[in-house]
Structures are given as structure tokens and as C-alpha cells.
Ligand binder design. Structure first.
Ligand code: NDP
Length: 464
């Protein structure tokens, strides 16, 4: 008789939890996974996937406008929000089903319930009011939007979750935040024809990105008609008698809008999980504390993904899940590698980036070479679109290694994926230089920037 009901019990059916459950079950382990809402988690149900579908939807007006330069006459267009929502729901329903069936086909058991810890080996399946035991427990409960409880009137605001299912498209929206979600949704709503204002507390949006991209994206978004107010926060939010919202800013100005979206970061889902009962330690933001192998302070309890608040990205959670399986079940202790993660912001224009920004690099390296090019992509010429693309490489002059690659423009996310391999491999600028260009592409700029644009010595910019 095995000592426990399961070898592994996973709490949370998002990208990380499902991957861990599926791989462990495929190894022949006795696995159960519990999800209280829908399988797929934030990424599939109310994050990356529906967001990207909305991005595509919001880009059509520019495609229609560009078509004229290529000889096309586009008849009068119209947009139907309920159609987009219904089609999006169909697709996420399909993906959610695949997530669940993937675990089941591998031999795992899927449960539809909230699950909480009773002790280090016992889990309560709340919907069924029964407990089960497991040798290993993996917590992958993700995160949720920061509700900004300190803001008077925050209850009138929506978050990214609600933005995916609004009953109607607002005529106007104010979005607070300067990170991924705020910037992406500002572009989505603007593209769909919504009067959009973005307010950000800092000096420039997208704090952790390269300054050139931040400035240029700000300019391009403003040129499209998105109002961006930096050094700005809400003082309070009121709902008026006509149903519209009034947001009072720190400047004293009042903005009126149909919806106000708060996108000021996400917090780990650790409340009422029974962590105290099991003795699992959390950090100041409520995140579950783990070691390099995603193990908590309780030896058989592990945590991966956003609930650990290491790097809040889907592919990172999936990578952590695969490392967990190696460590817990394959006798091959593997620590997730969080270094040099490529990422994209699906803004319009898009950002794709990997490695160090110029500012970060200049703090760590005494001598930098910076290569940058700004140009109009060929596709925009006949269209008459003035938007420019930016490519930038940051090189450690000492070793010639490319330590940062930054792109603003069409398909930047796709390019970042490939640059991620290049930077991970530690390739040098000389490797770029001896790589033949693919012509005519925008990406060829990355291998044809032969001369540095400028140098950075001990943090100070110098001409070549
Ligand atoms: P981010 O951490 O990206 O940005 C949070 C923003 O909110 C920052 O601009 C921050 O300002 C601001 N902020 C924080 N607290 C306050 C406050 N009290 N008042 C006003 N502004 C505040 O979080 P998001 O919510 O945008 O996204 C959450 C996570 O989801 C991201 O970290 C990202 O990893 C992931 N994500 C990834 C996407 C992708 O890969 N394309 C897309 C969407 C989300 P400051 O800069 O000054 O700290």
C-alpha cells in the first residue's frame, strides 16, 4: 500500500501547474491537479492569449489605412465588440479543454475545486468536502491584479480580467500603470476606437526597458492619439449620476471616462491556501518563498510560477515546472535559469528585448559599444506611414559580447525570441558581423550595423 493517495498533488491549473502535472503523470506518477475556475490559468483565460487576439483585432484600422497605398480601396468598415468576445471565448474554451485533456491523457486526474492545505501532506478538496494525501504538493496558484485598495473609489475600476469581457466597448477609458498590461491595453483600446488616456506615476513608461525604446514608444503612441500623462496618479475616483467615472488626478485635473482600468502590477494568490497550517513561509508581498529548485521551507511542498513572484511570465512558469519534474521525480536536480529572458510588450509598435538595457549595462561594464539604427520599414513606405523601427545592440567592448538587444517595430516579439538564443549562447558582435543578411527584411539591420553609433565609457556617452 502506498503511504499517500498521490505522488503529486498540484494546486492550480495554469500553465505551470498543468505542465508539471502532465509531465509527472507521463512518468507514471500518480498525479491529481485541482483548479477552482477554468484550466488554462491567467495566460489562457485572461492574459496572454486573449490579449494577443485583442491586439490583432485592434491593428486592423491601420492595416485598412495602409492598404490604400498599395492600390486597394477598402469599403467602409465597422467593428463589432460582441463578435470579438464570442470568438475569443470560443478559442480560449478550446485551449482550456486541451490543457485539461493533456493531463488526463497522460494519466493524471483533474479536479474542479478549490484545494487548500490541511497540513504538509494533506489537501482539502473543498467542492467535494474530502481530504486526500500526497507525497509531494506543488503550489501553482498564480497571481491576480493589485486592487489598489488605498485608492478612494477603487471599487469603480476594472482590471485586466474584466477588460476581456466588458459587455460593451467603452467610448473612453483611462488606464493607470506604466507596465506591460497598461501599455498593451492602451494600444488595444485606442486601436478599437476608444478615446484612451494612460497615466503613469514615473517619468517614462515601461521602467525596466531600454530608455530609447521607452521614449520612442511613448512618442509613437502619442502620435497615434493616445494621451499619456507621466508623473501622474489618481487621488480618487467617483461615479457620477450619469454613470460615467470622474478621476481626480494629483495635478488637480479631473478626467471623465466610461471605464477606468487599473494595471499596477499583480500580487501572488496565497490567501486562505492553508500555508500557515502546512508551515509554508511567505515573503513581504505574500509570495511563497522557494529555494533555487522551487522547494519551499517544507521539504515536500514546492511552488512555481507567479505565486513565487520571481519572474511573472508564462514561459518562466513552464520552465520552472519542467525543472521541478527533473528535480522531484527524475533524480536530476535542476534549478530554473532566470538569466537573460527574452520578452515582448505587445504594444503598437511592438517591443522585443533581451539582455541588458544600455543603462543597466553601463552600471556593470566599463566600456560599451552601442549600435543603433532607426528606419522606416519597407512595408510602410507605400502606405505612407511615418512610424519608424528601432534596432539597438549593446556590446561589452572588452569581450565583444552582445549583452543587450532591443527592438521596437513590427514583429519585434518574434525577433526577440531568436535574439534570445543568440544572447543566451553568448555570441559576439563579430558573430553578428559575419552573419549574412536576409534581404529585404527589417531584421537585416541587426547584422549590418557595422560601426558603433556611440561608446559608453564609465557610464558617460562618447562619440566614436
Ligand atoms: P508591471 O510590473 O509590468 O507594471 C506595473 C506598473 O504599475 C508599473 O508601471 C508601476 O510603476 C505601476 N505601479 C505600481 N504600483 C503603483 C501604484 N501604487 N500606483 C500607481 N502605479 C503603480 O505589471 P503589470 O500589471 O503591467 O503586469 C504584471 C505582470 O504580468 C508583468 O510583470 C509581466 O511580467 C506580466 N505580463 C507580461 C506580458 C507580456 O509578456 N507581454 C503582458 C502582460 C503582463 P513603476 O514603474 O514606477 O514601478
Amino acid at each position: 500500500m502506498p503511504r499517500y493517495d498521490y505522488d503529486l498533488f498540484v494546486i492550480g491549473g495554469g500553465s505551470g501547474g498543468v505542465r508539471a502535472a502532465r509531465l509527472s503523470a507521463a512518468l507514471g506518477k500518480r498525479v491529481a491537479i485541482a483548479e477552482e475556475y477554468r484550466y488554462g490559468g491567467t495566460c489562457v483565460i485572461r492574459g496572454c492569449v486573449p490579449k494577443k487576439l485583442f491586439v490583432y483585432a485592434s491593428q486592423f484600422p491601420e492595416h485598412f489605412a495602409d492598404a490604400a497605398g498599395y492600390g486597394w480601396t477598402v469599403p467602409e468598415t465597422s467593428f463589432d465588440w460582441p463578435t470579438l468576445i464570442a470568438n475569443k471565448d470560443k478559442e480560449i474554451g478550446r485551449l482550456s479543454g486541451l490543457y485539461q485533456s493533456g493531463v488526463e491523457k497522460a494519466g493524471g486526474e483533474t479536479l474542479h475545486s478549490r484545494a487548500t492545505l490541511i497540513d504538509g501532506h494533506t489537501v482539502l478538496i473543498e467542492n467535494e468536502n474530502r481530504t486526500v494525501t500526497a507525497e509531494h504538493i506543488l503550489i501553482a496558484t498564480g497571481g491576480r491584479p493589485n486592487p489598489h485598495a488605498a485608492l478612494p473609489g477603487h471599487e469603480h475600476c476594472i482590471f485586466s480580467n474584466e477588460a476581456f469581457d466588458l459587455p460593451s466597448l467603452p467610448k473612453s477609458i483611462v488606464i493607470a500603470g506604466g507596465g506591460y498590461i497598461a501599455v498593451e491595453f492602451a494600444n488595444i483600446f485606442h486601436g478599437l476606437g476608444v478615446d484612451t488616456t494612460l497615466i503613469y506615476r514615473g517619468k517614462e513608461i515601461l521602467q525596466r526597458f531600454d530608455m530609447d525604446l521607452r521614449h520612442r514608444l511613448h512618442e509613437e503612441m502619442a502620435a497615434k492619439g493616445i494621451r499619456i500623462l507621466c508623473h501622474t496618479i489618481f487621488e480618487n475616483i467617483d461615479r457620477r449620476d450619469d454613470g460615467r467615472l470622474a478621476a481626480t488626478l494629483n495635478s488637480g485635473h479631473v478626467l471623465f471616462a466610461d471605464q477606468i482600468l487599473l494595471a499596477i502590477g499583480r500580487i501572488p494568490n496565497t490567501e486562505n491556501l492553508g500555508l500557515e497550517a502546512a508551515g509554508v513561509k511567505t515573503g513581504v508581498r505574500g509570495e511563497i518563498l522557494v529555494d533555487a529548485h522551487s522547494r519551499t521551507n517544507v521539504g515536500n511542498i514546492w511552488a512555481i510560477g507567479d505565486v513565487t513572484d520571481r519572474v511573472q511570465l508564462t514561459p518562466v512558469a513552464i520552465h520552472e515546472a519542467m525543472c521541478f519534474v527533473e528535480t522531484a521525480f527524475k533524480g536530476n536536480p535542476t534549478a530554473p535559469d532566470h538569466n537573460c529572458i527574452a520578452t515582448a510588450v505587445f504594444s503598437q509598435p511592438e517591443i522585443g528585448t533581451v539582455g541588458l538595457s544600455e543603462d543597466e549595462a553601463s552600471k556593470r561594464f566599463a566600456n560599451l559599444e552601442v549600435y543603433s539604427a532607426s528606419f522606416r520599414p519597407l512595408r510602410y513606405i507605400l502606405a505612407g506611414r511615418q512610424e519608424r523601427m528601432l534596432t539597438k545592440l549593446v556590446v561589452d567592448a572588452g569581450t565583444r559580447r552582445v549583452i543587450g538587444a532591443h527592438i521596437l517595430g513590427p514583429d519585434a516579439g518574434e525577433l526577440a525570441q531568436l535574439l534570445g538564443i543568440v544572447l543566451k549562447a553568448g555570441l559576439t558582435k563579430d558573430d553578428f558581423d559575419r552573419t549574412m543578411a536576409v534581404h529585404p527584411t527589417a531584421a537585416e539591420e541587426l547584422v549590418t550595423m557595422y560601426k558603433p553609433t556611440y561608446l559608453v565609457k564609465d557610464g558617460a556617452r562618447q562619440d566614436c
